[in-house]
Design a binder for this molecule. Structure first.
Ligand code: MSP
Length: 658
């Protein structure tokens, strides 16, 4: 029988800067969910990517002195490296600048236009380039601030295309009301209904003419498709929708879950469903709006200077520790604070003490009492049966919580089993049982029960902490893949007695929190300085490299030596009606002779005394039999007449210009 499918997406991220721990949070959650679904028998598809168009990116590229494409290429490469570091296993990474996406967006836009969903009019209102969002005056905060990010909005007045969102308003309200699972958590559904839909849905401005970095509207040059229409389409263009190779689309659409941050739920639960409805396509099954990782009370953002990047944390404590912390610390859906201290505290408590100790104590005891061989258990009694009951109830509980994307609850349930195992050791006191022959039968059972529970724990943590299970299996001597599956944890007692365990390194190193915090702060400072230095270096480099053909770099400009020169003599060049020959004082007691094609516009006597602009480092060349040692700068009128550039006021001949 074919496996059921499960299609999950992350938002596609703006490559306007490097991805931080907030973006990592969404992506890790998606990866965890996908791994869980894979584990529980689904044929999964995991899409992520980058949202590369729009005014914000265009401006960032301009500031950096590179083309928008060069700008995003660099960040996309770094983003892919980061996802690798975080052990993210996506099936596809879509970039909105790819041809496969652009072509279909144009097709979709045209279809909307042809079927009357889009019409042309004038837009006048406020635009937030940071969020790429339009706002009406009543939605703005404190005058002209964006209600989402709090930054000042800009007036936009342009000829635009509009999507008739208003036409679909009633349909949309009814859809949300009839599908209570569509928007999760449910509070976000109420917010959409009460704040956006019921007050009346405005038609949406869906094209821009004030900048170029977007998908061109192919039937109306000058317009680019509004970045959200472009971006949302990624969820289907990546699957080949609208092409003749749309097998993935047929197989995986509609998406099972669009995972998004709470600030973009609106785009995913109003505009996107309406777009799909207009295309005659089925709705995604669920949009889950998760909360923000805060820093203090603020959303983490580069412009606020409170950004935490995952790289250094992973380097110090390993990727699984960070993944665990992100999934465990706050309920999925709610906001939560990120602090290094909380992360380290959790690591010491949950990973080092609870999980790490359980594994190392158990393996050490099996080595000590049974020469490293997992013993055959006797009949289970009291505490063994309690633990077995917890063991056998857990798959249902974890599956239920994971299917609701309640990662932190699922993990806390798994940690309950770990906690019970540790209590079980305290209760059964293996060190006492090991002292006498009478204790041996009980000891055998206790060791077996613990080893079996640890095997299951390794299976449970796999989606969240993909690289730790292999290390546990190695210590436990579990080689058989059948003992690493989801099905294998449903029934207690799969581990084979006789398995040989082998003590290994501690799973997680215990950290001295105070020392670590100091070290991390010092590292952050160092990284900041390094980044500043790199920025400066990049600036210099960008100056050296022309951004594109026809664009001069600063270095190009600096190659031309311009000086102020005083005309001390001037005459016509014989047999030329164009040329004047000037003798120039270029300072330091030197003169130069230059021929200029200005005889039609200046009489020789008018030239004497002028301080002009001379290109001083031209190789001498012959003009009408005369040697010219430079060039005077002129402005050319549209009618072709020439006017000399002169220097305002008195400057010494030879003064540098630049
Ligand atoms: N490009 C749009 C999404 C288009 S989807 C068709 C966008 N990009 S973004 O880069 O600004 O943010 C993408 C997502 O990153 C957010 O929705 C959110 O999931 C995540 N986060 C960014 N900062 C975050 C925190 N501080 N905390 C949690 N998530 C954060 O919006």
């Amino acid at each position: 029988m074919a496996k059921p499918t499960f299609y999950l997406t992350t938002p596609i991220y703006y490559p306007s800067g490097n991805m931080h721990i907030g973006h990592t949070y969404t992506t890790v959650a998606a990866d965890t969910m996908i791994r869980f679904k894979k584990q529980t028998g689904y044929d999964t598809y995991f899409l992520t990517g980058t949202d590369e168009h729009g005014q914000k990116i265009e401006r960032k590229a301009q500031q950096a002195g590179v083309t928008p494409q060069q700008f995003v290429d660099k960040i996309v490469a770094e983003t892919k490296d980061l996802w690798k570091l975080m052990n993210i296993e996506y099936d596809d990474f879509i970039r909105t600048t790819e041809d496969r996406h652009v072509k279909i967006v144009q097709k979709i836009f045209k279809q909307f236009y042809d079927q009357g969903d889009i019409y042309k009019s004038e837009y006048e209102g406020q635009y937030c380039a940071e969020c790429e969002a339009f706002w009406t005056p009543t939605q703005l905060k404190d005058g002209n601030l964006c209600p989402d990010c709090g930054r000042p909005t800009e007036k936009a007045h342009e000829e635009s295309y509009f999507f008739r969102m208003s036409k679909y308003q009633d349909w949309m309200i009814k859809y949300i009301e009839d599908h209570p699972d569509f928007i999760q958590p449910p509070s976000r559904a109420n917010e959409m209904l009460n704040n956006f839909l019921r007050p009346g849905l405005q038609d949406l401005c869906v094209s821009r003419t004030s900048f170029k970095w977007g998908v061109p509207v192919d039937f109306d040059p000058g317009h680019v498709v509004y970045v959200w229409i472009d971006a949302l389409s990624n969820y289907i263009t990546a699957l080949g929708y609208g092409t003749d190779h749309d097998e993935l689309f047929k197989k995986y659409w509609p998406a099972d879950v669009h995972l998004v941050g709470k600030e973009i739920v609106r785009f995913h639960t109003i505009y996107w469903p309406i777009m799909l409805h207009a295309l005659g396509l089925p709705m995604p099954k669920q949009v889950f709006g998760h909360g923000w990782l805060l820093f203090g009370n603020d959303k983490m953002s580069k412009s606020k200077g409170n950004v935490v990047y995952p790289g250094p944390i992973v380097k110090r404590y390993g990727v699984d520790a960070l993944r665990y912390y992100l999934m465990r610390e706050m309920p999925f859906g709610a906001d939560g604070n990120y602090t290094n201290e909380a992360m380290l505290t959790r690591m010491n408590a949950d990973l080092v003490n609870d999980l790490g100790n359980l594994v190392s104590r158990t393996v050490a005891m099996i080595e000590k009492y049974f020469d490293g061989v997992v013993p055959e258990p006797g009949a289970l009694e009291g505490p063994d049966l309690d633990l077995k009951a917890t063991f056998e109830a857990l798959p249902g509980i974890v599956e239920d919580q994971m299917n609701k994307l309640q990662f932190s609850i699922a993990l806390s349930e798994i940690w309950k089993l770990i906690g019970e195992c540790n209590k079980y050791i305290d209760l059964t006191q293996p060190w006492v049982l090991g002292k006498s022959e009478e204790g041996r039968p009980r000891l055998r059972t206790v060791m077996y029960v613990l080893a079996e529970c640890i095997r299951a724990i390794a299976v449970y943590i796999q989606p969240t902490m993909p690289s730790t299970p292999a290390r546990i299996y190695a210590q436990l001597g579990v080689g058989d893949d059948a003992l690493k599956t989801w099905d294998s944890v449903k029934v207690f007692g799969q581990l084979k007695p006789g398995t040989v365990v082998k003590k290994g390194e501690a799973l997680f190193p215990r950290v001295d929190i105070k020392k670590e915090l100091e070290a991390m702060a010092a590292e952050a400072e160092k990284a900041e300085k390094k980044a500043e230095k790199a920025d400066k270096k990049a600036e210099k480099k960008e100056e050296k490299q022309p951004a594109e053909p026809g664009v001069a770099s600063f270095d190009d400009f600096m190659k031309i030596k311009l000086v102020a020169a005083k005309v001390i003599a001037c005459e016509r060049v014989p047999k030329s009606d164009k040329l004047l020959k000037e003798t120039l004082d270029i300072g330091g007691g030197k003169t130069k002779t230059v021929c200029s094609g200005i005889a039609k516009y200046y009489a020789p006597e008018d030239m004497v005394g002028k301080t002009v602009v001379l290109v001083n480092n031209f190789a001498p060349r012959k003009m009408a039999g005369q040697v010219s040692e430079g060039m005077l700068l002129c402005a050319e009128d549209p009618d072709g007449s020439l006017r000399l550039l002169t220097v305002d006021g008195d400057v010494a001949p030879g003064s540098e210009i630049g």
